[in-house]
Design a protein around this ligand. Sequence first.
Ligand code: SF4
Length: 177
Amino acid sequence: MGHHSHSRSLQCRHVDAGSCNGCEQELNALTGSFYDMQHVGLDIVASPRHADALIVTGPVSDTMMTPLRAVWAALPRPKRLVALGDCAAGYGVFQGAYATRGGVEGSMRPPDVVIRGCPPTPAEILQGLTAVMDTLLEPSSFIDSQPSADLVEARRIPPLEQPRGDQTPGDVGEREI
Ligand code: SF4
């Protein structure tokens, strides 16, 4: 990225909800000197209380659903939910697997931003997280952090390669959060 402003920043909490670790490796690449995510105002924080956004990787395994919901509940508003990778988006190689919950949407609620890919590249992740920063700058985000279906659709980051055409997100379960 050519320039940045310190008026923009995004602190992110990341939860691995059953991924193969591929998405984590690409996310970790952002912290190196080449992509230098901190230089553009992005950072990964240890506590959800300090986070503006929750990044989820993996298809959301049965055992991770409750901890994931607890972390999401701990983020202060306004907050953003990011599905990173095809698994978290409800697609991917684990789609429909017996111990999974259909990604972020199937286990919790529709994500604000979806970054497709298996895994997405660091550049695609950077693009997606920058889009999250933009949504937090919108005045409406201070009134209601629940995304409308139109907003979710508008924020979807297309993958470089087309996904398999007939796939749809997995089962949609409870959505009390
Ligand atoms: S999207 Fe691909 S790389 Fe990411 S967790 Fe799923 S299988 Fe692994």
